[in-house]
Design a protein around this ligand. Structure first.
Ligand code: HEM
Length: 133
């Protein structure tokens, strides 16, 4: 068995939180037509319940993200500053878009917020994989 240490736990928690924040948004989006067929309020109620879990995952992502940053040994690599900066911009935009989505009163803002929340999160996910290479 390979050794299990604090790095394994740190990356496990970071990736687990990413799967909930991003995977949950994708799955909930795919279930919207089915939820609509159950009742007009069903998508909103499901989204509200998912929101509690999703924001917990987002906080865990940020906490473990800064933990990653503190332990990261590739800070001297060329391109590191640009990659982590872009990733942080995507993380902030994903959070802001998700907040706009939850507060939206019109269909336009609902759609823009939802697309931004998952689009920017996917970019952050991709840049996370680039950082770990
Ligand atoms: C939407 C938010 C985020 C997503 C989806 C995300 C996703 C990921 C993923 C999938 C990895 C690869 C993990 C692996 O090697 O197995 C990663 C690595 C990393 N993330 Fe994030 N992350 C997010 C937020 C953050 C934040 C806020 C920070 C910094 C404050 C951060 C810093 C890092 C660093 C430094 C690594 C490289 C870790 C290493 O290889 O040692 N992440 N991220």
């Amino acid at each position: 068995m390979l050794p299990i240490d604090a790095t394994s736990v740190r990356l496990f928690l970071h990736v687990l939180a990413a799967t909930v924040w991003i995977g949950g948004q994708i799955v909930l989006g795919a279930l919207v037509p089915t939820l609509r067929s159950l009742g007009v309020d069903a998508p909103r109620l499901a989204a509200r319940q998912f929101g509690r879990l999703a924001w917990t995952a987002f906080v865990l992502l940020v906490v473990t993200g800064f933990w990653n940053l503190a332990e990261y040994d590739g800070k001297h690599r060329s391109g590191f500053a640009a990659t982590i900066s872009l990733k942080l911009v995507c993380v902030v935009l994903s959070g802001v878009a998700a907040y706009i989505h939850t507060r939206a009163k019109s269909r336009t803002w609902l759609a823009l917020g939802g697309a931004g929340a998952s689009g920017f999160a996917l970019l952050a996910l991709f840049l996370g994989v680039v950082l770990s290479q």
